[in-house]
Ligand binder design. Structure first.
Ligand SMILES: Cc1cc2nc3c(=O)[nH]c(=O)nc-3n(C[C@H](O)[C@H](O)[C@H](O)COP(=O)(O)OP(=O)(O)OC[C@H]3O[C@@H](n4cnc5c(N)ncnc54)[C@H](O)[C@@H]3O)c2cc1C
Length: 369
């Protein structure tokens, strides 16, 4: 019997195993480790971010802060450096590897005790029931991730196991994902492939990043981040990212589309949707001028999301007020929850790996004893 069984050979499980060094076994459903690591960050794994704060996460801010107090982005960068793993700031504040393979081969070297193709079905006391028989452990770590990208082995088993152990949770929903649109915004679909910087507002959050129109609706970093907070109801886009439309429409003898610093195809479709002809500014009626202001505050209610198949993460998860700062269940003492299975979800930019590694480090604080 191993001291610790880690269910899931993804980011958090692998990091915990690396720290533990011995007396553990990972039970991994698929035939390889870290399938999400492999494809993350466009194959370069955006591991963390220079700016780290609980505000970058959906979840209990106090809890998140306490977890980062023990292991934050600086600690992770130091760990990588000490282990000769080189990362670069390829996008502002975001650290990437040259290739995700560098992190994966590090884990392959460090993590030796893995049972592949082993799908955990149930936990009964200190017994872990799998398709390959029963494993026993003093400590059981649930590191099964979220439900997005099912083709990579993802499932909501972590929630089902947690539920059985008496935990409450928020059901997983797709997050960091594009948004589909209602008929009033079908004009977005005619703009598939067009991308530019805009300000997107959702609740009290604002994201000033690129939006990308797609044949399914709207996506791009600003929208992916918006999806973290959007549940239902309206979001707002300032397509001119903070500059009033009439700041640009200074020349009364020129057409609208020639004066706005936006892709012409977008301006034409926007004007059509607002029932405004693309004409010289001096010919605009007062009503048309008013409707034109919508370009600074275009409000609409998305229809839904592109779904789990396209979502980078799942929001929701096991409620964090039911685990202590060692990520240990307050309901059943020998069970731990790490990473995405917990109700903590980060924005784009390396925040989700940081959370996976920080939560694993905190659990290590208890499990190394
Ligand atoms: C396309 C894509 C790109 C991403 N890019 C980034 C990025 O650049 N930066 C970033 O911070 N985050 C990124 N993420 C998110 C990040 O990958 C996850 O948040 C992170 O991997 C979560 O770590 P985890 O350990 O909780 O779960 P995972 O890494 O998902 O690991 C869970 C493991 O559990 C296994 N498992 C599931 N069910 C069972 C079972 N019943 N029995 C045994 N094993 C099981 C799975 O096969 C998997 O190996 C990306 C995600 C996707 C899908």
């Amino acid at each position: 019997m191993k001291k610790t069984v880690i269910i899931g050979g993804g980011a958090s499980g692998l990091f915990l195993a690396t720290l533990l060094k011995k007396d553990y076994i990972i039970l991994e459903k698929t035939s390889e480790i870290g399938r999400k690591i492999k494809i993350s960050g466009g194959g370069k794994c955006n591991i963390t971010n220079k700016n780290l704060s609980p505000d970058n996460y959906r979840g209990d801010k106090n809890f998140i802060k306490k977890i980062f107090n023990r292991f934050d982005n600086k600690d992770l960068l130091r760990f990588l450096d000490e282990n000769h793993l080189k990362v670069k700031e390829l996008k502002p504040n975001q650290y990437f590897f040259n290739s995700s393979e560098e992190l994966l081969s590090f884990f392959r070297q460090k993590v030796k005790h893995i049972s592949f193709n082993t799908e955990v079905k149930d936990i009964q006391g200190n017994k872990i029931i799998t398709n390959k028989g029963v494993f026993e452990a003093k400590n059981i770590v649930i590191a099964t991730g979220g439900a997005s990208f099912k083709k990579l082995g993802a499932s909501d088993i972590g929630l089902r196991l947690g539920e059985k152990l008496g935990h409450s949770f928020e059901e997983f929903k797709p997050a960091l994902v594009g948004l589909t649109v209602q008929p009033s915004e079908y004009w977005f679909k005619n703009l598939s492939g067009i991308s530019f910087k805009a300000d997107v507002y959702v609740g009290l959050k604002k994201y000033s990043q690129n939006i990308l129109f797609s044949h399914k609706g709207i996506t791009g970093p600003a929208i992916l981040n918006t999806s973290l907070w959007w549940e239902r109801g309206k979001i707002k886009i300032d397509f001119l990212a903070g500059k009033n439309v009439f700041f640009y429409l200074k020349n009364p003898d020129k057409q609208i589309s020639t004066q706005l610093p936006l892709p012409k195809r977008f301006v034409k479709e926007f004007l059509k949707a607002q029932q405004i002809e693309d004409k010289k500014v001096k010919f605009l009626s007062n009503q048309e001028r008013n409707r034109l202001k919508n370009i600074n505050s275009y409000e609409f209610a998305p229809a839904g999301t592109f779904g789990f198949e396209r979502a980078e993460v799942s929001k929701g998860g096991i409620n964090t007020d039911e685990v202590d700062f060692f990520m240990r269940s307050k309901k059943v003492g020998n069970v731990f929850f790490l990473g995405e299975v917990l109700n903590v979800t980060g924005e784009l930019g390396g925040y989700n790996f940081q959370w996976a590694f920080s939560s694993a480090f905190n659990a290590f604080g208890f499990l190394r004893r």
